[in-house]
Design a protein around this ligand. Structure first.
Ligand code: URP
Ligand code: ZN
Ligand code: ZN
Length: 471
């Protein structure tokens, strides 16, 4: 099957030019001006951007958490992702405390296989790393299974938190294998103290989720993670960075040449603390960790993205329905399942908030929504760019079209949208996943299960590429 995309404006992290793209099967065969070649399908991309499919390296599909399970499974979540222009996710498998890492990987293969509509990889959340049983498993994970990144938690004592010795051990193993540790950097032990005080004072509403998780708890975690990584000789990737204080720690390290990477998420760029004060328990919709911060942090994060102190925008898509799941914490904010939806809205939000007002260039938009994640997580140049030989994961994006975000029209399996009523300029129109049109005219045309598992390679490329080198 040959597909020809004609008359589009091809934008990658570094290019911006008018040309046609010939796709042969699953990959890009040829790019050229006014290609006159036979094709089975021709797509006219006049006045459209033709960009690499989005890569969202932080999702939680079908994940047991907070006494319930995230509302999107791999089928509903990846179809929603495709609607929004994301053609690849990296999701988090979880090692149950004291159990096998490789068994957890099998469990997540079982959840995603036959359901995912787009390609996917896994990170592994490591909760136990005994030198005898688990270190060899982590080595196999990185050497043989294509899982080159593990997430560790400094938060959630007794559930997911691991101590500094474990973090250091994991970083040392990652360093041996060209892997990467992703860090949930919040000092959960101190946070638990503050939470206990709040509950003792009868402070149970959603806003106390934010008021018990100070920015310094995050900044301290980020600083500690970077120091531990430096001691272990490993790179580190800070997930869901939410505030200026934490960003400053990343910037200080990068200014010294330390290989520290970080992502932020749309919720921290567009939403703020005041959402927790919404009436009728609506604040629970925004209970996620780290919490939403005061509004002034947003511009600091945009500056971080512009200056490459933040490399990636992921979503941390972890949806729980308001009607039943968020209600678990009606009388106690600590029981509200932590997380929110967003996988479908990321590309439009970042284009609208970044490119339209001139905060970032269109190339930087592609870089932070696709290319940088491909490089950092060992998928480049198969993913994250438009070039001969790369997978034909392509989004035809209308930069002038407007749309109003709403739960009434979104495809995520969740009963609210964090950005309800927000009008965005810049909309995904057509999506190709490895050469196959999966979204056209607002309809999903693919088959759940078409998405393939991606064995990823060493992340060392990120260390050599412009992703880490400074401005
Ligand atoms: O609130 C959040 N972020 N839920 C998902 C789990 C995590 O920490 O990423
Ligand atoms: Zn986290
Ligand atoms: Zn997460």
């Amino acid at each position: 099957m040959k597909t020809l995309i004609k008359n589009g404006r091809i934008v990658t992290a570094v290019d911006d030019y008018q040309a046609d793209i010939l796709i042969d099967g699953e990959t890009i065969e040829l790019i050229g001006k006014k290609l006159d070649v036979p094709a089975d399908k021709i797509i006219d991309a006049t006045d459209r951007l033709v960009i690499p499919g989005g890569i969202d390296p932080h999702t939680h599909m079908d994940m047991p958490f907070g006494g319930t399970t995230s509302a999107d499974n791999f089928e509903t979540g990846t179809i929603a992702a495709a609607h929004g222009g994301t053609t690849c996710i990296i999701d988090f498998a979880i090692q149950g405390k004291g159990t096998s890492i490789l068994a957890a990987l099998d469990t997540w293969h079982g959840k995603a296989g036959g359901r995912a509509a787009i390609d996917y990889g896994f990170h592994m959340i490591v909760t136990d790393l005994s030198p005898k049983d688990h270190v060899p498993e982590m080595r196999q994970l990185m050497d043989k299974e294509g899982v080159l990144s593990c997430k560790l938690f400094m938060a959630y004592p007794g559930v997911l938190l691991v101590d500094d010795a474990t973090i250091f051990r994991a970083m040392s193993v990652a360093a041996d294998h060209g892997g990467l540790i992703c860090m949930h950097a919040e000092n959960g032990v101190v946070i638990n103290e503050i939470v206990a005080r709040a509950l003792a004072e009868g402070k149970t509403g959603p806003k106390y989720h934010a008021l018990t998780r100070p920015v310094l708890a995050e900044a301290e975690g980020v600083h500690r993670a970077i120091c531990l990584a430096e001691m272990a000789g490993a790179p580190v990737y800070i997930v869901h960075l939410s505030c200026a204080e934490a960003l400053r720690k990343v910037k200080e390290a990068r200014d010294l040449g330390v290989p520290a990477f970080a992502e932020t998420c749309p919720q921290y760029l567009f939403l703020d603390y005041t959402y927790y004060e919404r009436e009728n328990f609506e604040g629970a919709k925004y209970v996620m960790t780290p919490p939403l911060r005061d509004k002034w942090h947003q511009e600091e994060l945009w500056t971080g993205l512009r200056m490459n102190d933040l490399q990636v925008v992921s979503t941390d898509h972890c949806p729980f329905c308001f009607a039943d799941q968020k209600q678990l914490g009606k009388d106690d904010f600590t029981k509200i399942p932590n997380g929110g939806p967003g996988v479908e809205n990321r590309m439009s939000l970042i284009y609208n908030g970044g490119v339209v007002p001139g905060r970032i260039s269109v190339n930087r938009f592609v870089e932070i929504t696709s290319t940088a994640a491909a490089k950092i997580f060992g998928l480049f140049p198969r993913k994250g760019t438009i070039a001969p030989g790369s997978d034909a994961d392509i989004v035809i994006f209308n930069p002038n079209k407007k749309m109003t975000i709403s739960a009434k029209t979104h495809h995520m399996n969740v009963d609210y949208n964090c950005y309800e009523g927000m009008e965005v300029t810049g909309v995904t129109e057509t999506v190709l996943s490895r050469g196959k049109v999966v979204i056209e005219d607002g309809k999903y045309l693919g088959n759940p299960g078409d998405g393939k598992y991606l064995k990823r390679s060493s992340v060392q490329q990120a260390l050599r590429s412009t992703v880490v080198s400074h401005r």
